[in-house]
Design a protein around this ligand. Structure first.
Ligand code: FES
Length: 108
């Protein structure tokens, strides 16, 4: 779990970049009071989505204009094709907690 700080730090329509202990960068997005966490790196090429633009529940990459849904991670506008990794966000005493890394799925 990563503590991404207070919910009051990220206003609706805004996002914040955080760094995981292993150096990976994540984005926490506030979409109308609901918080979502995604990878910061675009899946198309190496570009930080933090430099892009959050519009509603979609984030647009600044490099080629690809878009992703921050709730699902789905690529919605080309040239983005591969989905972004999403992370579960929970609240504890008004602190944003990010479930990172993603728990491994049990093998059958
Ligand atoms: S690097 Fe993001 S759309 Fe190309």
């Amino acid at each position: 779990m990563i503590n991404a700080g207070s919910i009051n730090q990220i206003k609706p329509g805004k996002m914040q970049r955080i760094e995981a202990p292993d150096g990976k960068r994540l984005l926490v997005c506030n979409v109308a009071g609901h918080f979502y966490a995604i990878d910061d790196m675009c899946t198309h090429e190496d570009a930080s989505l933090y430099l892009g633009c959050l519009k509603g529940e979609e984030i647009q990459c600044s490099l080629h204009g690809g878009r992703f849904n921050v709730k699902t991670g789905a690529a919605t506008v080309e040239p983005a094709e591969l989905p972004l990794q999403t992370y579960v966000v929970s609240l504890h005493d008004e602190q944003l907690m990010i479930a990172y890394p993603v728990p491994e799925q049990p093998q059958n």
